[in-house]
Design a protein around this ligand. Structure first.
Ligand code: ARG
Length: 567
């Protein structure tokens, strides 16, 4: 799909080329130069000519004047030269054409196909088994899934992998704790919470009796040597944990293509260690095997502990190689907290030093920390806010609000769940991912502010209008400024998709949803839709409503929110 910016960029490039003045610029670079003027009196789009000034050896206003002709295409009704800017006003003809196009494409509007035939692997969520799934996991889970949805929207085939932390000494601890204090029935009934309680108890007891740690190590070693009883217990712990995670994933509408966690790579590690040795990348440091990264201003990447056991980076290297061989990815994207940035930088470098050119296709997408009502989250102690509790709290509050607003829907669990869970996700994804955020539940739940419930409510409003009326699909003249403003916002959707993919940033979609909702509500309050004065005007407005409806619907899905037709 050709965005308006692209089309204008090509027109400008054409003029520059005619004058032999493009100076190596391409349409992509030019299209990145457009700006949206802060005040609409200045136009809908502006092209700043300052950067070209030096290369073209002309003053910016002169360049703007020279380019004005090139953008006299049907999409632009008039131009203005102000300072060094070429300001452009979008024509009604273009808006009408866009509106028709959006409705013709429906839920395919905004889709691209540049990813066709290419594969993207996304490694996200990836909790450590038998440890609580807390609010810290919200980021990796919803950012990861949004990136998956966005790339699918661009035509890529996406493989979502839940790289479970299902291997390591914590399983030795859990096995010991289970044998000492565990109860099978209680765990079957209580699920992961019981496992977490055992894990916490283990740590408390080990404070007084450090020999427990030795026993845990022994049990883990037995597990590593495939002791059948330990293997059975370990598998069972994983099953219990996954069953619990899946409840949360279901609420979010997320499914994974693979649950191959760290343990899956156990038998693939010796080959990696050998390869590192053969390529003479590994050195011994205080008994441990490392790859020295001094030359790259990083601490060493740890490959083997003194006792010969493998480490987190070793498993990641093995996993990346396996994924390249099995999925032949165009990119492999890892979504984790920023706390792991160094880890990724280190092992990405090791892959590069191993001589794999696909090292450059490994992408780490970090995100900031979350606190709730100002409280930082403690782990280990068991004193954490679980994601499922946060969701439950939110669903409950939403149910209360709906009861007041729309008593008929009070018993509708699906709506309460979609809006309650959606509120948390929306609030989270309305911040730049890298920022540390403080979560205030009341803010997330307000039906008035820039929130999920507000957006869902707006979507439901479009559904109820469309339920009552349909249009013939002939677009008449635009008669109100609010109509124009709204279509202009809708026209930007494809561009926002590209921006979100380019920056690995779901926030761009969340903010865009708010732009659409705010603009729609202005339109709704200033224009009669069903009761419009003439049939033409009414049809046009219903068409606008239907375009808003399909854009919101697909945009919600891109950020893991389930649209509800009623609130
Ligand atoms: N299990 C890890 C954690 O909870 C996250 C794993 C991320 N993925 C990876 N391939 N390292 O911190």
């Amino acid at each position: 799909m050709l965005t308006l910016k692209k089309k204008l960029a090509e027109a400008i490039l054409c003029t520059l080329n005619e004058k032999n003045d493009a100076h190596g610029l391409d349409a992509e670079a030019i299209s990145g130069m457009f700006e949206y003027p802060p005040d609409k009196a200045m136009g809908d789009l502006a092209f700043p000519c300052f950067k070209l000034s030096k290369a073209l050896r002309a003053a910016p206003p002169q360049i703007a004047a020279m380019l004005a002709d090139s953008v006299s295409i049907p999409e632009i009704s008039r131009t203005d030269i102000a300072g060094g800017y070429l300001n452009m006003f979008i024509s009604d003809a273009y808006l009408a054409e866009r509106l028709g196009k959006i409705n013709e494409l429906g839920e395919d509007y905004g889709r691209f196909d540049f990813g066709k035939g290419k594969r993207i692997v996304l490694d996200y969520s990836s909790p450590n088994v038998a440890k609580p799934f807390h609010i810290g996991h919200l980021g990796t889970t919803v950012i990861g899934h949004s990136l998956k949805m966005l790339h699918e929207f661009a035509g890529y085939e996406c493989i979502g992998i839940n790289h479970l932390g299902d291997w390591g000494t914590q399983f030795g601890k859990l096995i010991v704790a289970f044998r000492l204090w565990g109860n099978r029935e209680a765990i079957e009934a209580g699920g992961i919470d019981e496992l977490v309680a055992l894990y916490v108890k283990f740590h408390e007891e080990a404070e007084n009796d450090p020999s427990l740690n030795d026993r845990a190590r022994e049990e883990f070693t037995k597990l590593e040597h495939f002791d059948s009883e330990n293997i059975a217990l370990w598998k069972w712990f994983i099953e219990i944990s996954i069953a619990e995670y899946q409840k949360t994933y279901k609420q979010l509408g997320i499914e994974f293509d693979s649950y191959n966690g760290e343990s899956f790579y156990s038998d693939k590690m010796p080959a990696i260690v050998n390869e590192l040795r053969e390529k003479e990348l590994m050195t011994i440091d205080d008994g441990a095997s490392i790859v020295n990264l001094d030359a790259y201003n990083m601490g060493p990447c740890l490959i083997l502990k003194r006792d010969g056991s493998t480490l987190y980076p070793t498993r990641d290297i093995a996993a990346a190689k396996y994924r390249k061989e099995n999925y032949d990815f165009e990119k492999c994207i890892y979504v984790t907290s920023a706390g792991q940035s160094l880890h990724f930088a280190q092992w990405f470098k090791v892959v590069e030093l191993m001589g794999y050119e696909w090292a450059r296709d490994l992408v780490h997408v970090p995100y900031g920390t979350v606190s709730i009502n100002g409280e930082k989250l403690a782990t280990r102690t068991g004193n954490v806010i679980l994601l499922k509790d946060l969701f439950a709290m939110s669903i409950d509050k939403v149910r209360g609000i709906i009861k007041e607003k729309n008593p008929e829907l009070a018993e509708n669990d699906e709506v309460a769940e979609a809006v309650g869970v959606g509120a948390i996700v929306f609030h989270y994804l309305s911040n730049s991912r890298i920022k540390d955020i403080n979560f205030v539940l009341e803010d997330a739940l307000s039906f008035e502010g820039n929130t999920g419930p507000y957006s869902q409510y707006t979507y439901a409003r479009t559904c109820s209008i469309l339920e009552k009326a349909s249009s013939e699909g002939k677009i008449g003249a635009l008669t109100d400024e609010a109509e124009r403003e709204l279509i202009k916002v809708l026209a930007r959707y494809p561009e926002r998709i590209l921006d979100a993919i380019g920056d690995y940033e779901p926030m761009i979609i969340t903010r865009y949803i708010l732009d659409v909702c705010n603009s729609f509500n202005r339109f709704y309050h200033s224009c009669k839709i069903i009761g419009a004065d003439s049939e033409d005007v009414r049809d046009t407005r219903i068409d606008i409503t239907s375009a808003v409806n399909s854009v919101l619907k697909t945009a919600f899905k891109l950020i893991c929110i389930k649209p509800t037709e009623k609130i």
